[in-house]
Ligand binder design. Structure first.
Ligand SMILES: C[S@@+](CC[C@H](N)C(=O)[O-])C[C@H]1O[C@@H](n2cnc3c(N)ncnc32)[C@H](O)[C@@H]1O
Length: 244
């Protein structure tokens, strides 16, 4: 059996009770380690779960799953842990389909994702357009600006995810991301919400014009950005809480 378990956004205690029960009883536990990062260490997770954790990098999940995760799941109970929600990153549908094609039983245990947790800023989740992301290698990349402009045209909010390499402790900052967006043509008079450490006890959320937020201080990681679309008066009021 292969269990896909979302472990939430912040620390070892964000896993659901159902997820924890499965992890405690699993024969093998993998942690997908390349699409996001918790605020606690892997040792802390191991201690709380009472299990040894195998770190699964992109190569293991995308190229070596046959010899590792899927092989184990044919005869054992395997827990595959994902920070946030299981399907908040694009890559895990493929692993699930491969398991099913191999005749492996699959169970999913969901959790909060950054895609839903951004609701905390007060913008209607139903009114978001296409999500975009800014990669570290972005010299010739225009897609994020095009996505934001298209969403703006339709009055929709834009969630912009920022690249990260947790294994190297490397995270794109909101400041760098805004410099990139302005360089690629976004107006620095546009309003934006910077979000860092969502899901923690003290998330950092700041609202203002790009030209203000570009130099604002954010200390937590990971970070993301929201560019509001057309605002309902309730949304306007909510954003005032985060005014820079
Ligand atoms: C692939 S997505 C998240 C996938 C994860 N499975 C989920 O469901 O949340 C990773 C990106 O989301 C954003 N992100 C993730 N967690 C965050 C947090 N706690 N606060 C702010 N941004 C976050 C960052 O931009 C990060 O690079």
């Amino acid at each position: 059996m292969l269990y896909f378990i979302g472990i939430g956004l912040n620390d070892e205690k964000d896993i659901s009770v159902k997820g924890l029960e499965v992890v405690k009883g699993a024969d093998v536990v993998y942690l997908e380690s390349y699409t996001s990062k918790l605020a606690c260490s892997v040792e802390k997770l191991e201690e709380f779960y009472g299990q040894k954790i195998i770190l699964a990098d992109r190569e293991l999940v995308e190229q070596k799953a046959d010899e590792t995760i899927l092989k184990d799941a044919k005869t054992k109970n395997v827990a595959f842990l994902v920070i946030g929600d299981v399907f908040g990153a694009t890559t895990h549908i493929e692993l699930m389909m491969r398991a099913k094609k191999d005749g492996i039983k699959v169970k999913i245990i969901h959790n909060a994702s950054i895609l839903s947790a951004v609701g905390v800023v007060g913008l209607e989740l139903y009114k978001y357009g296409k999500v975009t992301s800014i990669p570290f290698e972005n010299k010739d990349v225009r897609a994020p600006v095009e996505v934001v402009l298209e969403n703006q045209k339709n009055g929709l909010h834009s969630l912009v995810l920022l690249d990260l390499r947790p294994e190297q402790d490397k995270f794109m900052t909101i400041n760098t991301a805004l410099e990139f967006l302005v360089e690629k043509g976004l107006d620095s008079e546009l309003s934006v919400v910077g979000c860092a450490g969502i899901g923690s006890d003290a998330p950092e959320i700041r609202f203002g014009k790009i030209k203000e937020i570009i130099s604002a201080e954010f200390t937590k990681f990971p970070q993301c950005l929201i560019i509001p679309g057309k605002l309902h008066f309730m949304e306007e009021e909510a954003l005032e809480f985060w005014k820079q």
